[in-house]
Each structure stands twice: as structure tokens, then as C-alpha cells.
Design a protein around this ligand. Structure first.
Ligand SMILES: Cc1ncc(C[n+]2csc(CCOP(=O)(O)OP(=O)(O)O)c2C)c(N)n1
Ligand SMILES: [Mg+2]
Length: 313
């Protein structure tokens, strides 16, 4: 059973007075993740909404030492900081426990521009947690498409809807055979909290991807942020799972039932609620779009079910 909300620590590490949008999913994700990480940590950031809203003076709003690095560099920067702590500990020059070094990046900082450094750190098994909060666009610069943008979604660089499929970065990370990785959602905070705690207590490279519906960029009412995130899990758009050393160990919450063969929730409401899909959800077009989406989701579920049967150890 996942930790219930009331048992997540009340101590906050993301401080009030920051500049994030109302209902910002990245901020919510960071609040929950930080509660599991605790105070003995360093945060490494790439250009993103988190940086724009609270990552620099005078808006700096983390209760952590923080370093802003260039877009491509989170993997290398986090790895270097972590290695320096480990070297100091080995020489007896560090009191107490090793600080947790975690990279806090968007999908631009992970799927695209930061991929090489993140992949290299994963392959070297550097002792960091690399987070990707996935809002499926370059949000803070005005909603440009990213490698995580789903097919059909309108962005400022794909005004007619993206024509290409999104990358499957969790699967790419899985094949790095890192000690721990998980996909998570802001709609399941207890599950997210538990996954971060597990990552914190695992040595080596950890990857956690958090699905983060962004109301201004996806064009829905901010009050529905959690509802949209929950629907994405229930309809199989966002499967929640964990893996260790290239082996899928668990599917979580509603995703476990989908893998066991439960019908997906009808995805129509999820897509209809988001302005970014307006042009593919018009009468006469939506039937074809939704049929393609359903087929895709069902194929993904079948693939993940089969992939979970493959044991590598
Ligand atoms: C090399 C480089 N290219 C482009 C930019 C401009 N830029 C800053 S943030 C950003 C988008 C970040 O997207 P993502 O990582 O998904 O974070 P989000 O804004 O969605 O929170 C871009 C393109 C930059 N800072 N550096
Ligand atoms: Mg983004």
C-alpha cells in the first residue's frame, strides 16, 4: 500500500512567495519529492519553469543549495557534485550522511537537450536521482514541442498538431539497467513519495519521471490539474511502474489492473478537456483520432505486460 497523503511529512522544502503559476504541476511534484528527499540535499537545475519561477535570486525558493547549469549538463553536473561528496567522505572530510544530489529537469532537459549527459550518467551509474517532470512541452519559453509531446497536440511550433509520436524515454532508461527507476504522477502523491524514498535509499543512478499536466500550455482549467493527471493513469496514457536493473518489478495503482487486462477508461474526456487537442477532437475527426489513441494505448499495455515477463538477472 502506498503512503497515504496524511502521512507525508508536512515540512515544506519549496517555500512560499515563489513565482510559479497557480496549479503548477512541476511545483507540486517538487514539493512531494522534496518531502521524501529531506533537507540533506543539493538540487541541480536546467532551464525550465522551475528555474524561471523560483530558481534564481530574488525568487530562489528552495530550502536547498541549488545550482543552475546549462541545458545539456544536468547529468554531468549532478554526477560531479555527487562524486565530490563521495571523495570527501572517503577521506573522512564529510560529517554525517552523504547528501542526496538530485537533478530537477523538465522534458526538454531530459528527453531532448539533456539526454546525452543523463544517459552517460546512467551508464556510469553515478550516484544521483535524475528527475524529469514531464509536462510534454518546452513550457516556460512559450509551449514549443518537445520529444515528449504526444501526437496530435498543438504547440506554438506544431500549430496544426504534432505529426510524430513521442519518444518512450522510460523504456530508454529501462535499458540502461540502472539500479532503480519509476514513472509517477502528481495525482498519486503517496506513490510518488514512496518512489522518491526508495530512490533516495538506493545507491547509483536513479530515474524518476513525473507526469505533470500544465494547464496554461495544455489549455485546460487549472482546477482540473489533478483530475487530468488521474485520468491519464486510468486510461493508460501514463502507466505507473518501477524497475530495477532493467527488470520491471511492479506496476502501481490503476496501472497494475490495466496490465492484468482491465479495460482502459474511455480516453475521450481526457482529450476533450485539453485545448491542445481541439482540432483533432472536432466532430468528424475525433472518431479517427480516438481510435488511433486507443490502439496505441492498448499496444503499449500489451508491450509492457510482455516486457515485464523478461527477467534479466
Ligand atoms: C541550449 C539552450 N537552448 C534553448 C534554451 C532556451 N530554453 C530555456 S528553458 C527552455 C525550455 C525548457 O523545457 P523543459 O525542460 O521541458 O522545462 P519546462 O519549461 O517545460 O518546465 C528553453 C528552450 C536554453 N536555455 N538553452
Ligand atoms: Mg517541459
Amino acid at each position: 500500500m502506498a503512503t497515504v497523503l496524511k502521512d507525508i511529512p508536512s515540512r515544506e522544502y519549496v517555500l512560499p512567495g515563489n513565482g510559479s503559476c497557480p496549479a503548477c504541476p512541476a511545483t507540486l511534484a517538487l514539493r512531494i519529492a522534496a518531502k521524501a528527499i529531506g533537507s540533506n540535499a543539493v538540487i541541480v537545475l536546467t532551464p525550465s519553469c522551475t528555474v524561471a519561477s523560483m530558481g534564481y535570486t530574488p525568487k530562489h525558493a528552495f530550502d536547498y543549495p541549488a545550482i543552475n547549469v546549462c541545458f545539456a549538463a544536468a547529468g554531468a553536473a549532478g554526477a560531479g557534485i555527487s562524486a565530490s561528496f563521495e571523495a570527501r567522505a572517503a577521506k573522512g572530510r564529510l560529517d554525517g550522511e552523504l547528501p542526496t544530489v538530485f537533478n530537477w529537469t523538465g522534458d526538454g532537459g531530459t528527453y531532448d537537450i539533456g539526454l546525452q549527459a543523463a544517459s552517460a550518467a546512467a551508464e556510469r551509474n553515478d550516484n544521483i536521482i535524475h528527475f524529469c517532470y514531464n509536462n510534454e512541452i518546452y513550457s516556460n519559453t512559450g509551449t514549443q514541442r518537445s520529444g515528449a509531446t504526444p501526437i496530435g497536440a498543438a504547440t506554438t511550433t506544431t500549430p496544426g498538431g504534432k505529426k510524430e509520436n513521442k519518444k518512450n524515454l522510460p523504456l530508454l532508461m529501462l535499458e540502461h539497467r540502472i539500479p532503480y527507476m519509476a514513472t509517477a504522477s502528481i495525482a498519486y502523491p503517496g506513490d510518488l513519495y514512496d518512489k522518491v524514498l526508495k530512490a533516495k535509499n538506493t545507491h547509483g543512478f536513479k530515474y524518476i519521471e513525473i507526469f505533470a499536466p500544465c494547464s496554461p500550455s495544455w489549455r485546460f482549467d487549472g482546477k482540473d490539474t489533478i483530475k487530468i493527471a488521474r485520468q491519464a493513469v486510468q486510461n493508460g496514457v501514463n502507466l505507473l511502474w518501477e524497475a530495477e536493473y532493467g527488470e520491471i518489478t511492479r506496476f502501481n495503482g490503476p496501472s497494475a489492473a490495466l496490465i492484468k487486462g482491465k479495460q482502459i477508461h474511455d480516453p475521450e474526456e481526457y482529450f476533450a478537456a485539453q485545448g491542445r487537442f481541439k482540432h483533432v477532437m472536432e466532430p468528424g475527426k475525433k472518431e479517427e483520432f480516438l481510435a488511433a489513441v486507443r490502439k496505441d494505448i492498448e499496444e503499449d499495455i500489451a508491450f509492457m505486460r510482455a516486457r515485464a515477463e523478461i527477467k534479466r538477472q
